[in-house]
Write a protein that binds this ligand. Structure first.
Ligand SMILES: [Zn+2]
Length: 94
């Protein structure tokens, strides 16, 4: 299966499990593996009785939470806010 878009995932057909396993793109070519682009992975139609299992570590979904839409985000990376609690700090004021 060829496509003009660069492949982003490797798809393996596991006949024993009747499972279409989607993994991160594997560089080495294997004729048992398919290299698919994101669009083709999404529109993947497994055979009847099969299921698609996406085993990739999906870090960021484009539509999930756009990081640039937060009003207080000016693009500057900040360290995580230190929790200097005033109410729970009982240990040092003894
Ligand atoms: Zn494609």
């Amino acid at each position: 299966m060829r496509c003009e878009v660069d492949a982003t995932a490797t798809v393996a057909l596991r006949y024993a499990e009747r499972e279409v396993l989607v993994t991160e793109l594997i560089a080495e070519p294997d004729r048992n593996l398919l290299e698919l682009c994101e669009e083709h992975v999404r529109t993947l139609g497994p055979p009847v009785g099969w299921r698609v299992r996406d085993d990739r570590n999906v870090v960021s979904l484009p539509e999930a939470s756009p990081p640039s839409h937060r009003p207080d985000d000016d693009g500057v990376a900040r360290p995580p806010v230190e929790r200097t609690s005033t109410s729970a700090g009982t240990a040092e004021s003894a």
